[in-house]
Design a binder for this molecule. Structure first.
Ligand code: ZN
Ligand code: ZN
Ligand code: ZN
Ligand code: ZN
Ligand code: ZN
Ligand code: ZN
Ligand code: ZN
Ligand code: ZN
Length: 337
């Protein structure tokens, strides 16, 4: 409490040691401390001054913020100060308030503070013990390839995808504003079934994991002949065309006979396949060959033509060339040749 100015008061009477008699005096007071003030006495006759300490003459009632007032020196006693209750968090969950027990109109409010927020709990105010503020953001940096974080399993061609999770509390980032993913492991590759012929010169295999995954290639390998198509070395099915027959064989056999030898013509045979023996008869590449010699005519008897000639005729059916006419010789003149 500040020292109060000296205050003059009306006169009284007192014994002045200098005058050695009771004189009219003037009294002034000066605040010393919370307990005392100093009273100065001035003799109005000799102007002698003396002083002594004395208690304040308090009046009024002290409050939290103001003390009582001394009626003599004008000083004030120390105020009582507030008698605060405990800090209590307000419904805004941001501030806390304490109320004076002496006067509920005396309140003090400040922001909650202290403590440390985490991603799972708000900060706890070190003053009122209430939670306040926001939780800390999750730190979605952990890459844990665990079933609970799986977004999509690995496929034949894609790696597995997982959601990143909070490195602190393990929460998945799925569905959060900071959703993040990472790849893990390798693609599975296709699980191919066996190659199957498509009956069109190609073969196809299908993935056992996903029937929409197929692979188709041309059949290959094997050797075609004139009797069999090539067999694909992959799908083991026949494909392509047979080879053409090689109608170069000249085999004299009844089964290839086109026409037998006659008096005027050699026998004709169909050529056959040098590989498989098929006759070329009736094929686009039909081809024939002659074999052997023409047959001799099978002459009938000479017959006189009564003109000095005689004729004989071949008895083979259809032999138009088989007629022979000579002059009669009749060496023995018997009119018979
Ligand atoms: Zn006083
Ligand atoms: Zn108060
Ligand atoms: Zn607080
Ligand atoms: Zn977290
Ligand atoms: Zn597949
Ligand atoms: Zn094939
Ligand atoms: Zn053949
Ligand atoms: Zn003939």
């Amino acid at each position: 409490m500040a020292v109060m100015p000296m205050t003059a008061y009306a006169a009284g009477t007192a014994f002045c040691t200098k005058c050695n008699r009771i004189q009219t005096v003037r009294l002034t007071y000066r605040y010393t401390d919370n307990n005392w003030h100093q009273c100065y006495v001035t003799c109005t006759v000799c102007h002698n001054i003396w002083d002594y300490g004395m208690s304040h003459e308090w009046s009024g009632t002290a409050t939290c913020t103001s003390g009582r007032t001394c009626t003599e020196c004008g000083g004030s006693s120390e105020p009582l100060g507030h008698d605060w209750g405990t800090w209590t968090q307000n419904s805004d969950e941001k501030t806390h308030t304490r109320i004076c027990k002496r006067d509920t109109s005396h309140t003090e409010t400040e922001n909650c503070h202290g403590g440390t927020a985490t991603c799972t709990a708000k900060a706890v105010c070190t003053v009122c013990g209430g939670e306040y503020g926001e939780m800390a953001a999750h730190s979605f940096t952990a890459e844990k390839a665990e079933a609970q974080y799986l977004k999509s399993a690995a496929t034949c061609t894609e790696k597995a995808v997982y959601y990143k999770s909070c490195a602190v509390c393990g929460l998945s980032s799925e569905g959060t504003a900071d959703e993040a993913t990472f790849f893990s492991g390798n693609a599975l590759d296709h699980d191919w079934g066996a190659w199957t012929s498509n009956e069109d010169g190609t073969h196809t295999r299908t993935c056992k994991r996903d029937a929409s995954h197929t692979e188709t290639n041309n059949c290959t390998g094997g050797t075609a002949t004139c009797t069999a198509k090539a067999v694909c070395e992959v799908c083991k099915s026949e494909y392509g065309e047979k080879l053409p027959h090689d109608f170069t064989a000249e085999t004299v056999d009844a089964k290839y006979l086109k026409s037998a030898a006659t008096c005027t013509g050699k026998a004709i045979y169909y050529k056959s396949c040098a590989v498989c023996g098929l006759s070329s008869e009736g094929t686009a590449d039909e081809v024939t060959f002659f074999s052997g010699n023409v047959l001799d005519h099978n002459w009938g008897a000479w017959t006189s033509n009564e003109d000095g000639t005689h004729t004989r005729t071949c008895t083979v059916d259809g032999c138009s060339a088989g007629t022979q006419t000579e002059n009669c010789i009749d060496a023995n003149k018997d009119h018979k040749c």
